[in-house]
Write a protein that binds this ligand. Structure first.
Ligand code: FMN
Length: 198
């Protein structure tokens, strides 16, 4: 029997919020099963509806399904610490953002902020579908730019591993131990009325 942690057992919000925020977390245990093109489109559909400055929609997603021609080149971008669990992902995604406004070519100061919003939409949709969606900073950005032929006016933001939940018992022991939904700072630690006081 697979014993997966239940986020609602580990996380108790201090204030009333929708359960989807608690249910979304970043497991590493994945089954290795494939994701359908429809499921992936649904995830990108959720990302698509994120807010952005002037409705720029700066986010772009490059992806590779497991066992396809592009998989290995995406997988090879990851640091070893992410490879050890990502080999069971169904899809690997590289998130890009357009650094300049499409209408005038001027620098867009919030392109990363907007791409992050799109990622979170995708992650929440994935959680609602019972999927693993795990963001990653641990990969080679220069290699990603070169291998995936990313244009200069796009930043490489992050990678995402997506898959079906798997058995934590099959993770390496050091990852098995931390396969637990994490807690958060208190609201008072992250939000203050008035000027900077952290
Ligand atoms: C942009 C970003 C980069 C991350 N990079 C990695 C990573 O390289 N490897 C990893 O195992 N987890 C990575 N994580 C997962 C975070 O550690 C995780 O989101 C954080 O501990 C909060 O836990 P939760 O997502 O389960 O709520 C990343 C998450 C984000 C959003």
């Amino acid at each position: 029997m697979i014993n997966r942690p239940d986020p609602r057992q580990h996380r108790k919000p201090d204030w009333p919020i929708e359960t989807i925020f608690i249910d979304r977390w970043s497991p590493r245990a994945m089954s290795g099963e494939a994701l359908s093109a429809r499921e992936l489109s649904t995830l990108f559909e959720a990302a698509r509806w994120a807010p952005s400055t002037y409705n720029e929609q700066e986010w772009r997603f490059l992806y590779a399904h497991r066992d396809t021609e592009h998989w290995q080149s995406f997988f090879d971008l990851l640091v070893e610490g992410n490879r050890v669990w990502c080999h069971n992902a169904a899809v690997l995604v590289v998130v890009l953002s357009h650094k300049v406004f499409s209408r005038n070519g001027k620098p867009n100061p919030v392109h990363t902020f907007d791409a992050g919003a799109a990622f979170e939409n995708l992650a929440l949709q994935g959680a609602a579908m019972g999927l693993v969606v795990h963001g990653m900073a641990g990969f080679d950005r220069a290699k990603a730019r070169q291998t995936l032929k990313v244009a200069d006016d796009f930043d490489i933001e992050a990678m995402i591993a997506i898959g079906r939940p798997g058995d934590p018992a099959r993770l390496p022991s050091e990852l098995r131990e931390i396969e637990v939904p994490s807690g958060r700072k208190k609201v008072e630690e992250i939000a203050r009325e008035g000027p900077f006081a952290f």
